[in-house]
Write a protein that binds this ligand. Structure first.
Ligand SMILES: [Zn+2]
Length: 98
């Protein structure tokens, strides 16, 4: 067995190594550093989610604006084509919010 195959007990959040699973568990349960990093990570995740939500809302607004601008110019035949394009775009935007 090589040394690389030996089990490692690492907290990736705090970038710390531990000698055993018990110590790693204890770290996750009791460490003040771990608690702080966990809170920080959750805040960052929330912030990223909010940024994504706003980005999606901005794209939707742009689509609506383009829609309005186009509707003033296009023929009925073009309007039908635009409807098809919107139906193709909207599901893509929904998946990007996840
Ligand atoms: Zn940790």
């Amino acid at each position: 067995m090589t040394e690389n195959a030996a089990p490692r007990y690492i907290c990736f959040l705090c970038k710390r190594k531990f000698a055993s699973a018990a110590l790693l568990t204890k770290h996750k349960q009791l460490s003040e550093l771990h608690r702080r990093n966990l809170t920080k990570q959750e805040e960052e995740n929330q912030q990223r989610k909010e940024e994504l939500r706003q980005a999606v809302a901005a794209v939707k607004r742009q689509v609506q604006e383009v829609d309005v601008a186009l509707s003033k110019l296009e023929t009925p035949e073009e309007a039908r084509g635009r409807g098809r394009m919107r139906r193709a775009l909207v599901p893509m935007m929904r998946t990007s919010t996840l």
